[in-house]
Design a protein around this ligand. Structure first.
Ligand code: DGP
Length: 140
């Protein structure tokens, strides 16, 4: 499906609803997040509808991440960001609220600037057992 009539990012990609676009070509689009967590928070999307990173074809992924890289570089050069977080949430359990693949490009200025990614250590994991399980599926 190229266009999902219920998808807000499909509507943005097709200019059915407005957004603040900073770059577009025939495959990908970058626009400012309407609820930015830091100054310059940008979203990169493919114009065609793919539910998430996990189902996006590799050539499109490549174009989207290439653009995300360029935007991150510009955020540092132009906005004076000191760092950048690249984030793509896959499915509701991971915080995805819009089911159209998108990459958050979040410029960072300091540790307490509005964005926080907390990684708490999960204790008591048997790493060799887990690795064996994952390797089996990966190498099938
Ligand atoms: P996620 O939670 O990863 O699905 O992020 C969705 C982001 O999309 C969230 O940061 C807010 C942003 N967003 C939602 N609706 C709109 C919109 O209509 N326009 C723009 N520019 N951004 C939107």
């Amino acid at each position: 499906m190229d266009f999902d009539t219920n998808c807000i990012f499909c509507k943005i990609a097709n200019k059915v609803i407005p957004s603040t676009i900073i770059y577009e070509d025939e495959d990908v689009l970058a626009f400012l997040d309407v609820n930015p967590v830091t100054y310059g928070h940008t979203l990169v999307i493919p114009k065609k509808h793919y539910e998430s990173f996990l189902s996006c074809p590799k050539d499109v992924l490549h174009k989207a991440f290439d653009l995300a890289q360029r935007i991150g570089q510009v955020q540092i050069k132009q906005l004076g960001a000191k760092g950048v977080n690249i984030l793509t949430n896959c499915f509701e359990a991971a915080g995805q609220s819009i089911p159209h693949f998108h990459i958050h490009v979040i410029p960072r200025y300091e540790a307490n600037d509005g964005f926080k990614l907390e990684m708490k250590e999960l204790k008591n994991v048997n790493l060799p057992v887990l690795a064996a399980e994952l390797k089996e599926s990966l190498n099938k």
